[in-house]
Design a binder for this molecule. Structure first.
Ligand code: ZN
Ligand code: MN
Length: 477
């Protein structure tokens, strides 16, 4: 295996989260009933004319800036012809010759990946194959996409996974795409060839189309690598072909051979003027770029003294970072907030099968709970019980703490009776404490907690135990 080296590149399609489609006013929204978000333009009716959505250009340019690309002052749309039912016009409007962005670089832990270009284009419709028919939904037709074309810099599946995670996170933090792979808003094609280690030439490559998840992309890399090496080791040769990933097995199957490649017959789109971007616009967009996940991680460590691990977890998604910042803005302690977010809230979300952007506990609510703990009105354990109830059923913090009887018992008079009863019952433990065994104190505390359903204020209980035992000792001496 080790005498072989894989050389791979990615074409990543990212759906932009604009309000409307790229060349018409139809809504850009996932999940509507089939063929309800369509019009003559995105259905490619004769005589209809496209008009460019400027927001798509802005999002594309910002994506390029965030991936270290140069944004071009001049870019232009072309027609890419192919005949397939997902494409109503029988051509896709894309930027073939003059892309919006060029020459970026992405630095990953696993190495540096060059971005050759990023161009704007429209998405095609969605085909669903049933047993006896193919159904077409054109809602997705005309949704704005950026296509990120990397240089052939990938040598491992791990690099592929890191790159895709980086793209996903970057787009999410920019707010230009939600990159939900389960909704198809991030899809990629993998180009891969293998060569003997040390040789510089390029051997024949294959392309695996339309990979729908990060883990599948990494897996496709490994599988295709293995498949090509086996062919060479058998003395065969790899054919230029397009393949499709079987999501169940992770193996690729043949889609079409080289002779079946389409001739796309590119030519300039006559219905759209070229895109000119002036310096002023570029500077404005660059100034508008929000903090990246990496910048946030560094700031959280420097500003709040959080560990790298905590900072990573808090910046896993844009929603998590925003939630954290909203809580801290309400003057809650950063480390405490962090613990609740990456501990209890994450567990509750997982338990209820929720996405990171779903959070039924608004920042004010969490901060209110944290404040009650700080003021020693409820225990940490009680705050977790309340958090669970609020997460699952909603409600108001004070009422929930009332209803679940979570208020901490700090009244020394009430607690003294319980402490005395426990000391009477647990004579051996009491004797141990008098003999100086610290563990016995913990045991007695535990008994009092048990009696009070965990609501007793530990500080007060501790003082009471000490006081009672000292008094007793005084008596016997
Ligand atoms: Zn439309
Ligand atoms: Mn494309």
């Amino acid at each position: 295996m080790n005498e072989w080296e894989a050389v791979a590149g990615l074409e990543v399609h990212v759906e932009l989260r604009t309000q409307s489609k790229i060349f018409c006013g139809c809504k850009n929204e996932f999940g509507a009933a089939p063929n309800t978000q369509v019009c003559p333009v995105c259905l490619g009716m004769p005589g209809s004319l496209p008009a460019l959505n400027e927001r798509a250009v802005e999002y594309g340019a910002k994506a390029g800036m965030a991936l270290g690309c140069d944004v071009m002052t001049y870019s232009r749309f072309d027609r890419k012809h192919y005949f397939y039912p997902d494409l109503a016009k029988a051509y896709q409007i894309t930027q073939a010759q003059f892309p919006l962005c060029r020459d970026g670089v992405v630095r990953l832990e696993a190495g540096e990946i060059g971005v050759e270009r990023i161009h704007l284009e429209e998405d095609a419709g969605k085909l669903t194959h049933t047993e006896d028919a193919t159904l077409v939904d054109y809602n997705r037709g005309g949704v704005p996409l950026i296509e990120i074309v990397t240089r052939p810099d990938f040598r491992s599946g791990e690099q592929i996974a890191q790159f895709l995670r980086h793209v996903q996170q970057t787009m999410q933090f920019l707010g230009v795409s939600d990159c939900k792979m389960q909704e198809g808003s991030l899809r990629c094609d993998l180009n891969l060839s293998v060569r003997r280690r040390g040789s510089e030439g390029m051997s024949e490559r294959t392309e695996i189309k339309n990979i729908g998840s990060i883990s599948l992309a990494a897996l496709a890399f490994e599988q295709e690598c293995k498949r090509q090496i086996e062919i060479y080791e058998r003395g065969g040769s790899v054919q230029r072909e397009t393949r499709r990933l079987d999501e169940a097995t992770g193996e690729s199957v043949l889609l079409r051979k080289k002779e079946q490649f389409w001739d796309y017959l590119f030519f300039p789109e006559p219905d759209l003027p070229p895109v000119w971007l002036n310096e002023e616009k570029m500077v404005q967009w660059r100034n508008e770029l929000p903090e990246t996940a990496l910048q946030k991680r560094e700031r959280y460590q420097a500003q709040y003294g959080l560990s790298n691990y905590d900072a990573q977890a808090l910046t896993a998604t844009r929603e998590t970072a925003q939630y954290f910042e909203a809580c801290v803005a309400l003057h809650a302690d950063a480390k405490t907030v962090c613990n609740y977010i990456i501990g209890d809230l994450a567990a509750l979300r997982k338990e209820s099968d929720m996405q990171p952007e779903q959070n039924p506990v608004p920042p004010q609510m969490l901060v209110e709970l944290i404040t009650l703990v700080q003021e020693q009105k409820i225990s940490i354990a009680a705050s977790k019980t309340a958090l669970r109830a609020l997460f699952m059923h909603g409600g108001v913090v004070q009422d929930t703490v009332d209803r679940l009887r979570l208020w901490q018992q700090s009244d020394a008079k009430e607690l003294r009776d319980i402490v005395c009863a426990v000391l009477n019952e647990q004579k051996q433990a009491a004797a141990d404490v008098r003999a100086g065994k610290q563990n016995a104190v913990k045991y007695l505390m535990g008994q009092v907690m048990k009696q009070t359903g965990g609501r007793a204020n530990p500080q007060v209980v501790m003082e009471l135990i000490e006081m009672e035992l000292t008094n007793e000792t005084g008596k016997t001496e």
